[in-house]
Design a protein around this ligand. Structure first.
Ligand code: SAM
Length: 502
């Protein structure tokens, strides 16, 4: 019998998952004997597919909704397909791999439409079609271009990190002491083990298997992440998409030998080096190999790096721009998609000759480099993370670009000073972090009064909130909206919106 009240940690049984709402949350409704609770909205965290029936644990009970986490699946959704990858569980990296790709695209396009629906109802007269004429309420849909697929669907990740660890579950009678793969979803204390990983290509998988096979031969233990001791820690593989180069990084606890003085440290490290040199000979695509001597207590892969083979960086080329990628470089994870995104941003721009572009939240400045190369008079890229600027400097030099400036500051602070000094801009490109844009930033963005703003967003709900503000407080109109699938088989969605002055 169902209980009358609901409290934290209660289990809600047999709940039908209806649709994706917000950025990563699923939506459902409670059927309950208590009329106060019946039909209550449930938000669901976890890897779900619409149509799934699941048991949920209550995380939080608010006045108007209940927040929950999936704990097990009672009945699979009819949308779910059986495919080769299904047996690899539901890692956060490919939660949707069991949904046919065309359905994934529909879900994403619909989710953005639903998030932006608030704009349609409230400020409809401000929505214009691509010819900048007023459109009717029911033409809201026409602002949406068809969703852009990722050029590569199944092995698009150019960077992947495997962890060494074990998988002990007395409940399920599993005792594996040497695993190398990914953490079990939602369980940091367990690493699963398979011979293959989705989302990377066959050569990356082959190299991963070679390293795993070797690491089992030298009689050293996997690192214990709870006790923070022992040896093997991570394998990092980076592969460039357009130039086909691989960088490997092998991370281990260099202090392991301090406590195990009977073992000959130099001998063991030399065996590791010899193996990796052999591997580089076997796979000529490998251009760079690092060892990461890593006693750090945190679960990070990159620490004290030693280059043992090849070049310090590998090279990538996007839209005719060269990038050097180091082990710590930031780079979009799906290179083929990145090229597509940047082309779309370029396509959206109405006037481009001799303009000053502000690239807000620039990261390594890929977007501004493309503008600087294309036609802009000046590009100013603003990013608060200092390490991203190191990449920026090297890449600017590599591409002979001088009409650019990189500002290592918070966008909200930068805008204040820039405007106080009476500086101007002709085009704003905003690509804020998933969580939010600082509330001080938006009012200042409007003060520039540029003819066009391009807003790139990875979170439809914050996009809706910011667009609402812009439409409410200014005479910008939405010109067009392009939803893009950046990461197939995941819930991630990218949206590019062009706003223009009426
Ligand atoms: C979505 S990413 C931008 C991606 C980038 N435009 C590109 O195309 O590669 C958001 C960036 O905003 C930066 N960021 C977050 N908060 C910021 C702030 N208050 N001021 C400046 N940069 C910030 C993050 O470090 C991150 O690099």
């Amino acid at each position: 019998m169902q209980q009358i009240w609901i409290k934290k940690n209660d289990i809600l049984e047999n709940i039908l998952i209806e649709k994706l709402v917000f950025w990563w949350k699923w939506f459902s409704r409670l059927k309950h004997t208590n009329p106060d609770l019946d039909w209550r909205v449930i938000f669901v965290n976890g890897g779900a597919i619409p149509g799934t029936i699941a048991n949920l644990r209550v995380l939080n009970k608010k006045k108007s909704f209940i927040e929950t986490q999936i704990i097990d699946i009672v009945k699979k959704s009819n949308l779910e397909i059986e495919n080769h990858e299904n047996k690899y569980g539901m890692s956060g990296w490919w939660k949707w791999i069991n949904i046919p790709y065309e359905v994934q695209l529909d879900i994403k396009q619909e989710q953005v439409k639903e998030s932006l629906n608030v704009l349609k109802n409230k400020i409809n007269p401000k929505i214009l079609d691509k010819d900048l004429e007023l459109v009717e309420k029911d033409k809201f849909d026409s602002l949406f271009l068809p969703i852009q697929k990722s050029p590569i669907i199944n092995w698009y990740r150019n960077k992947i990190e495997f962890s060494f660890w074990k998988y002990i579950s007395f409940k399920n009678n599993i005792e594996q002491h040497f695993n190398v793969w990914f953490h079990k979803q939602g369980e940091f204390s367990k690493v699963e083990d398979y011979e293959w990983a989705p989302l990377i290509d066959e050569i990356q998988n082959e190299i991963y298997r070679e390293i795993k096979k070797f690491s089992k031969t030298i009689w050293l233990p996997v690192y214990d992440q709870m006790k923070q001791e022992w040896f093997f820690r991570h394998i990092l593989i980076r592969k460039t998409h357009f130039t086909n180069e691989i960088m490997l990084l092998f991370s281990f606890n260099s202090e392991y030998f301090n406590k195990n003085i009977k073992l000959n440290k130099n001998e063991k490290i030399n065996i590791i080096k010899t193996f990796f040199l052999w591997l580089a000979k076997k796979y000529s695509i490998i251009k760079s190999i690092y060892l990461s001597h890593n006693p750090n207590k945190a679960d990070i892969c990159i620490w004290d790096l030693e280059l043992i083979y090849g070049e310090k960086t590998i090279k990538e080329k996007i839209l005719d721009l060269n990038f050097n990628i180091s082990p710590t470089s930031f780079f979009q994870t799906n290179s083929s998609w990145a090229e597509k995104l940047y082309s779309i941003v370029l396509d959206f721009v109405k006037e481009f000759n001799n303009i000053t572009v502000l690239d807000l939240y620039g990261w390594t400045g890929t977007i501004w480099m493309i503008f600087a190369k294309a036609w802009a008079k000046n590009v100013i890229s603003v990013e608060m993370v200092t390490s991203a600027s190191k990449d920026w400097e090297k890449n600017a030099e590599l591409n002979w670009l001088s009409n650019i400036k990189f500002v290592n500051e918070k966008v909200e602070d930068f805008l204040e000073q820039y405007l106080n000094n009476w500086n101007k801009a002709d085009l704003l490109i905003i690509d804020p972090p998933r969580a939010w844009m600082h509330p001080n930033a938006l009012p200042n963005i409007l003060k520039f009064n540029t003819n066009q703003i391009i807003y790139v967003s990875c979170n439809p709900s914050t996009l809706a909130r910011d667009l609402w503000y812009i439409l409410e407080k200014s005479d910008y109109k939405i010109q067009k909206i392009q939803v893009m699938d950046m990461f197939p088989h995941t819930h991630h969605i990218e949206t590019v919106v062009s706003l223009v002055k009426s």
